[in-house]
Ligand binder design. Structure first.
Ligand code: PMT
Length: 402
């Protein structure tokens, strides 16, 4: 189940007997490649020890909202931003009621309010409590707010009753969690995505490049595949695994990248997240350059412009819907808007790379998308996976309107 690979899941454990299944759930999620951080309610701790879940998740369990030490390490806002999915299993009747009312009186309910990630609940309670009109009204309210419910299942219960209210089994929950990352918004569409840096050779052993890790472009490719698209990912040299169901083409230089993109055309949507070298050495020395005493301490490299891949594809007769990125260290929106216009784009994603916690080679990003009418839509700081899913949803909407 590749869809859980590298997904960041906050697992909330409420106070019900089904909490014993949470231990197995942590294992299943991790087996499928997810990273798991556990948040327990006070009640949850009565049923299973934090130590068990710490050992299985590989991370300290988050317990209290007002614990300064825990907040200093990874506070409730960081947890909320970190998550690609908040899954609460078991979700008791009390927890459902508090979430339905938007109450934030402990760490878990606060994380739910603070997150932009999807939230899913695995209800677990006695059948009469599940059937009670109050719980059913809470269920309706939670569904109306876009919170997903996995189960409950039916069968014999710990209290001896038989009926609806059993928490689903760990593997069923892991599958349902994976399904949260499938949207189908781009079914039937071909997306061409560029990622990573390019390398421009100086001689056989040296080259010019930049700090792009490829994480943003790869996250976009993964999100586009999850949205049902056929994805071609043209990437410069990076050390990242290929996302599931993505056709990857490895290239080195800007000119290689342009050739690979042209060969992959036509496409419906182009997303250019690569940090392409604007210039390359005019001549690639056939042998390793030696220190030359006649030039003193300096070395002059004559550089020439590389082709602009994005502008070239945006200028074609079979032009796709074009989305560029603008990595800037100053005047972000002004420069991004200029690139949108100059390169004839539909959207540009402005990326403030002066802030080291977002942008190049970081785990997180925060971006603004600007359209041709110069409307700006902000996507606040979150993991690149999370930003990528939000961007793909936004781009899919705009593409449909175009
Ligand atoms: O890879 P990560 O470490 O995750 O970092 C992500 C990122 C910061 C690299 C990414 O989010 C980003 O901002 N990519 C664009 C970086 C950039 O160099 O932008 P630019 O302002 O130079 O170029 C503007 C646009 O034109 C970009 O879409 C770029 O891909 C494209 N371009 C630029 C030059 C060129 N010769 N050909 C191009 O297609």
């Amino acid at each position: 189940m590749q869809r859980l690979y590298r997904k960041r899941i906050v697992l909330g454990v409420g106070g019900g007997i089904a909490a014993y299944k949470s231990a197995e759930l942590v294992r299943r999620l991790r087996d499928h490649g997810a990273e798991v951080r556990v948040v327990m309610t006070q009640g949850g701790r009565e049923f299973i020890t934090p130590l068990t879940l710490q050992a299985l998740s590989g991370h300290p369990v988050h317990l209290d909202l007002l614990d300064p030490a825990a907040e200093a390490a990874m506070g409730h806002i960081e947890l909320a931003r970190w998550a690609d999915l908040v899954l609460i299993a078991p979700a008791t009747a009390d927890l459902m009621a508090r979430l339905a009312q938007g109450v934030a009186n402990d760490l878990l309910t606060t994380v739910v309010l603070a997150t932009n990630a999807p939230v899913a609940l695995a209800p677990a309670m006695n059948q009469a409590m599940w059937a009670d009109p109050a719980t059913q009204a809470n269920r309706e309210q939670l569904l109306a707010r876009g919170i997903r419910l996995f189960g409950p299942g039916s069968g014999s219960q710990a209290c001896g009753d038989i009926g609806m209210g059993r928490m689903l089994e760990a593997e069923e929950l892991a599958r349902a969690a994976a399904d949260c990352f499938e949207t189908g918004m781009l079914t039937g569409k071909h997306l061409l995505i560029t990622a990573g840096p390019t390398q421009e050779n100086i001689d056989p052993v040296r080259y010019i490049t930049n700090h792009s890790s490829g994480k943003m472009g790869f996250a976009l490719a993964e999100a586009a595949a999850e949205a049902g698209a056929r994805v071609t990912l043209v990437t410069g040299p990076v050390f990242l695994p290929t996302p599931d169901r993505v056709q990857r083409i490895d290239v080195v230089s800007a000119r290689d990248m342009l050739a690979a993109c042209e060969a992959a055309m036509p496409c419906d949507i182009l997303i250019a997240a690569a940090a392409v070298a604007d210039y390359r050495p005019e001549v690639v020395a056939p042998h390793k350059l030696k220190k030359d005493p006649s030039t003193g301490d300096g070395l002059l490299l004559q550089m020439v412009r590389n082709p602009d891949i994005l502008a070239t594809l945006a200028g074609r007769a079979d032009r796709p819907f074009c989305v560029g990125f603008a990595a800037e260290t100053e005047n972000l929106l002004e420069y991004a808007t200029r690139k949108l216009r100059d390169k004839n784009l539909d959207l540009i994603v402005a990326n403030d790379v002066a802030n080291p916690s977002i942008g190049f080679n970081s785990e997180d990003n925060a971006v603004s998308v600007i359209d041709r009418q110069q409307h700006e839509t902000r996507f606040g700081q979150a993991s690149k996976g999370h930003i990528a899913r939000a961007l793909v949803a936004f781009i899919a909407e705009r593409y449909k309107e175009s």
